[in-house]
Design a protein around this ligand. Structure first.
Ligand code: I22
Ligand code: ZN
Length: 197
């Protein structure tokens, strides 16, 4: 395959991933917007975490809540748990890397808060432990995963929402995840400000 064809195949594969995700996830994504909006309207907050590209996604999402998305509005309460290098190095060094998110959820989480847990494999131990800590804090979890959802499947229950991208490649899953996160920002703004753009 020549390089141009290889590049074109990325667009083609991404289009397929978006189409299958649209069919599988539009309904649970709408439910996720309701859960997020309900928490924020009740003065609860959103915590988000992930590793690598998903860490970037978590902080991107929280920046759009605390700052703004497309329209001016009041700041919304959220914290990305993968951004504070002092916490990450201290907790990682003293308690282990698998505890870096769990410890912060335990410190910050209150009943009614939401954890947005992002893992393309659904198997990262630090993300799995953050979900367990969220449940201990009576928080609802919105999990963004891919592939077969991994071990996240075994942890979610009750009002939790699982947005599992039906694709096998990490990069494609991440590309859909950012659409899911932007769509959530748009949905929250539509409920807050009306549905005009
Ligand atoms: O962005 C990428 C690959 O596209 C990587 O940085 C990737 O996020 C890292 O390998 C993560 O550690 C993968 O973790 P996870 O998505 O399986 O939880
Ligand atoms: Zn990536």
């Amino acid at each position: 395959m020549d390089m141009t064809s290889r590049m074109t195949s990325h667009f083609d594969d991404a289009i397929d991933a978006f189409k299958t995700s649209s069919l599988a996830l539009s309904e649970p994504l709408s439910a996720a917007v309701d859960v997020l909006f309900g928490a924020l309207a009740n003065n609860n907050k959103i915590l988000a975490c992930g590793n690598g590209g998903s860490a970037a996604d978590a902080q991107h999402f929280i920046a759009e809540l605390v700052g703004r998305f497309e329209r001016d509005r009041l700041p919304l309460a959220g914290v990305a748990l993968n951004t504070d290098t002092s916490i990450l190095t201290a907790v990682g060094n003293d308690y282990g890397f698998d505890a870096i998110f769990e410890r912060q959820v335990t410190a910050l989480g209150q009943p009614g808060d939401i954890l947005v847990a992002i893992s393309t494999s659904g198997n990262s131990p630090n993300v799995l432990r953050s979900i367990e800590a969220a449940h201990d804090r009576e928080m609802t979890v919105i999990a963004l995963t891919g592939k077969d959802g991994g071990k996240v499947n075994e942890l979610l229950s009750g009002p939790d929402i699982h947005l599992c991208v039906p694709h096998g490649r990490t990069m494609r899953i991440q590309e859909v995840h950012i659409v899911l996160l932007h769509a959530m920002c748009d949905g929250i703004d539509a409920l807050l400000l009306g549905d005009t753009l």
